[in-house]
Design a protein around this ligand. Structure first.
Ligand SMILES: *Cc1c(COP(=O)(O)O)cnc(C)c1O
Length: 459
């Protein structure tokens, strides 16, 4: 039987008009933005694939939920709805709302990390690592080697390499490792999943060594989809079941609900330990707000609770990942080098292979993202040396093997025709790749430099 196309399990009720721009307007815009797509005005963007964060389309039910907001300072009805939903779908007993994911990362890092600690993880994430460092810790990458190889087709590039984990344990001892930080559908590896088998083994390892397991669950539903598709024994499990099992293998979680859960703002810290919850409540009042709203409006907590239930729907996730695969397949067919396998939330262009004439010191991925915007008004993001930043001790640039441009697909926002236009634009840019110049900094912020750095072309 021929393969059936994926299609969205929804129809469009309202549309948002977008602006088309001329090449002259785009040149002016990217120059003013210092060749950093983060500094473009959204109005100057045609198809916005900068991020999948906070840019998803809410459903009519979520919008209706906004009207059910209980904006009480303390004890909002929506908080209890959110807390119960987190426990029902994600297994965690206690929930502390935060304004977004990094708010939760700040609190967990402050609670668990002491000066001189090490936090192993399956590849770094920008804000996660920064909060670990601010708390006095050092992040150690223990992801499998395949994750750093864009050409490897390993089905679970998010897996932990236990040789690396044990090497760290032997070197520094369990007392210097407060927790292992595990991301589902690893963003920086290209949206690549961790397998249930690997997670179960990790749970055992943590139990044996008395070390906590903390889950960055930002994209847990997308990870569950890959387990369902690729891992033996899960063919008949629902996304909801797999998500629940993943979460119940971990002790605590940080969530950016702007991704999987399809709200524009929000996040939470969740956990099972009552004592830890007490400490989190004491910290959240300092940084976010009272423990029953933590920086979120009541209405936003309601939309989030509803978004969580929609995010674990099998038909939703199949169409969501299906659209990403559709774009990836178009590019692959045209010979564009991308990270394989195609990820859950984005297609990653391999800038090293597209711009082989540019040394990494000239930020090939940053230059490629700027060139793509100039070509067609499609906005993408650099995930390479600029995002990686500098080593906090030596001041040297981290030189990641992966030098990527991320085409991130917002959830439920764009159509198949938008994916066609995006692919056509990338192919056009590739055809004149040898004319793309490298970049150099004109302004480099000290931390999270990719957000606000400015560049100019190197002549
Ligand atoms: C987005 C993201 C975060 C941070 O969440 P924010 O809501 O942006 O603060 C943390 N981890 C991962 C994997 C993310 O993608």
């Amino acid at each position: 039987m021929a393969r059936r196309s994926w299609a969205e399990p929804y129809k469009i009720k309202m549309v948002e008009l977008i602006k088309m721009t001329s090449p002259e307007e785009r040149l002016r815009a990217i120059t003013e933005a210092g060749y950093n797509t983060f500094l473009l005005r959204s109005e100057d963007v045609y198809i916005d694939l900068l991020t999948d964060s906070g840019v998803g389309a809410m459903s009519d039910r979520q919008w209706a939920g906004l009207m059910m907001g209980d904006e009480a300072y303390a004890g909002s009805r929506n908080f209890y709805h959110l807390r119960d939903t987190v426990e029902e779908y994600y297994s965690y007993k206690y929930t502390v709302p935060t304004h977004q994911g990094r708010g939760a990362e700040n609190i967990i890092s402050q609670m668990l990390i002491s000066e001189g600690d090490y936090i192993p993880g399956n590849m770094y994430f920008t804000t996660t690592r920064l909060h670990q460092e601010l708390a006095g810790g050092t992040f150690v990458d223990v992801i499998v080697d395949e994750a750093h190889d864009p050409e490897s087709v390993h089905p679970f590039k998010g897996n932990v390499d236990f040789n690396k984990l044990n090497a760290l344990l032997n070197e520094v001892g369990a007392e210097k490792i407060p927790y292992v930080c595990i991301a589902t559908c690893v963003n920086m590896a290209g949206g690549q999943p961790i397998s249930m088998a690997n997670l179960r083994q990790l749970r055992e390892w943590c139990d044996n060594n008395g070390i906590m397991l903390v889950h960055d669950m930002t994209r847990v539903a997308e990870n569950a989809f890959f387990i369902q598709q690729r891992e033996k024994g899960f063919e008949d499990a629902s996304i909801q079941q797999i998500v629940y099992e993943i979460c119940s293998l971990t002790d605590a979680a940080t969530m950016s609900s702007k991704k999987d859960a399809m709200v524009n703002i929000g996040g939470f810290l969740a956990m099972n330990d009552a004592k830890l919850y007490e400490r989190a409540c004491a910290l959240v009042v300092v940084y976010e707000g009272l423990h029953t709203y933590g920086g979120m409006a009541g209405r936003d907590m309601e939309a989030l609770a509803i978004g969580i239930t929609e995010s674990v729907d099998d038909n939703h996730i199949r169409a969501r990942v299906g659209q990403v695969e559709y774009l990836g397949e178009l590019l692959k067919k045209a010979g564009v080098p991308i990270v394989n396998p195609i990820g859950g939330h984005a297609v990653f262009l391999d800038a090293r292979r597209i711009l082989p004439h540019l040394p990494q010191e000239q930020f090939p991925a940053q230059a490629l993202a700027a060139a793509l915007y100039l070509e067609s008004g499609v906005r993408a993001m650099e995930r390479g040396v600029v995002s990686a930043g500098r080593n906090k001790d030596t001041g040297e640039n981290y030189m990641p093997r992966l030098e990527l441009v991320r085409l991130t697909i917002p959830r439920r926002v764009y159509t198949q025709a938008h994916m066609d236009v995006t692919a056509e634009s990338v192919i056009d840019v590739m055809e004149r790749a040898d004319q793309i110049k490298g970049l150099r900094f004109t302004y480099e912020p000290e931390v999270l430099r990719f957000f606000q750095a400015r560049f100019e072309p190197v002549n």
